[in-house]
Structures are given as C-alpha cells and as structure tokens.
Design a protein around this ligand. Sequence first.
Ligand code: F6R
Length: 252
Amino acid sequence: MKRLVFPGKNFPVYVFDTYEEASLAAAEVVVSEMKKKPEFLLGLATGSTPVRLYRALIEKCRAGEISFSRVKTYNLDEYYPIDPKNEQSFLAFMKANLFDHVDLPKENIHIPNGAATDPAAEAVRYEEELLAIGGVDLQVLGIGSDGHIGFNEPADEFILPTHLVTLTEQTINDNSRFFRAKSDVPTHALTMGVGAIMRAKKCILIANGKNKAEAIRGAILGDPTPKNQASALQFHRDVAFYLDKDAASEIL
Ligand code: F6R
C-alpha cells in the first residue's frame, strides 16, 4: 500500500495493488467507526465497487465483531422510476449484497422510493430525512467514470439537495452491464445531492479499474468543478480515497 498526499490537498489517497486489498482496508475503516457508536448512521452506495466491502461487513457481523441492530442506513440513490421489488432496483441490490445478511432492522433502511408517484415530492421527503439527522457518520462512495458521486452527473453547478437527475449516456452505457439490454436501463434517478454528501462526518471513496483513472485524476488533482462532481470532496473535512493501482494510474 502507498499513501499519497498532494501539495495543497488536505486528504490521504491510499493506493493498493488490488481491488480486494483496497476494499478490505476500506472495510476496516467502516468497522472501526461502527465500533465507536452502536447508533451509527451509515451512508451507502450501490454498484460493483462496494460489493467486496459489503462482503467483509457481512463476515464481521457473522463473526459477532459488529452489529447493525442499532445502525441506520441511508443510500445515495435509486433509479426512477423503478419498482423497489424489481431485481435491478438499488434496494434489491442492497438486500442481496448486504441487508439480507446482517442484523439490520428493516425500518432502519433509508433509500429514495423509485416508485413514488411524484419524484419532486419524494426528493423533498428524502432530503428532510437527511437534514433531520444532520449528516451520516460515514459515507461510502464509489465514483462514476464521468466523476459522478451518487448520481450527481457532470453539470454546470453542484446541486445540494436530493433531486431527480437525468442519467448521462456514459452512465447508462456503464450500467447497462447490469441489465438485459441498454434500453432497459432507467434514464433517471433520485439522488442525494452534494449537500448531504458534504454533511457526512467522514467519507471514504473506493475506486478500481482503468475506466475510473481519468475521473479519479480530476477528482483529486483537478480544480474543483461540477464537471467532475467528486472534485467537491476536496472541500470535505474528512475524506480518504481507497484505490487500486489501475484507478490510481493517472495520479501516480
Ligand atoms: C451508486 C452510486 C454511483 C456508483 C458509481 C460507480 O449508488 O452512488 O456513484 O458508485 O456509478 O459504480 P460502479 O461501482 O458500478 O462502477
């Protein structure tokens, strides 16, 4: 593992040989933070990246090292529209990859409702939940190949509250691997804005693979810009990056 710090950038970047090592190091952070506070508020991401981290959390929970019994989870985003029971929904993903395997009470799960009839009202409802907690204790993040965090796509501005977003062609292409056909990928999502992510007391961003290298370079070394929404993290009070060497290839 290499720890990189860049001049003028007030956060550590950890580079590992493999995705597995990066995930396990990130899992250690989640575990040690969870142990400090049983009523932990945990922000979660979906997608391929956090799968290994979630498996590590399941193993730690089964071993009795951590418990989710008093944890509350807040997911970054959900496709819109989508039936939460649809196996492609982010709720279904979270159940398959974490929720169904740990002692997390169902009522402690928070995620935008992809089946809400009024997405604008649903965005307001979710943001109110997020504002009420004042910020999660720890937010787990992945990054899109276009630099998105949550589904905050490249834009002319940073949008702070939860909102309905139109997914970019690049994101639809990237995510089509989870669907039978590209035309099945929802074109919209409800996403936490950059505001709730910045309110998190701590953020860890995990990235692996060459297809993330350019986005990671912009996020870490570029001037902060809404064209790479992850670059907002440069202003976060406590953020760390966990990268495999491919994702780090443009910053080494
Ligand atoms: C999903 C999310 C997204 C993903 C990103 C990377 O909840 O927040 O920002 O983290 O699209 O996705 P993967 O990990 O599938 O490459």
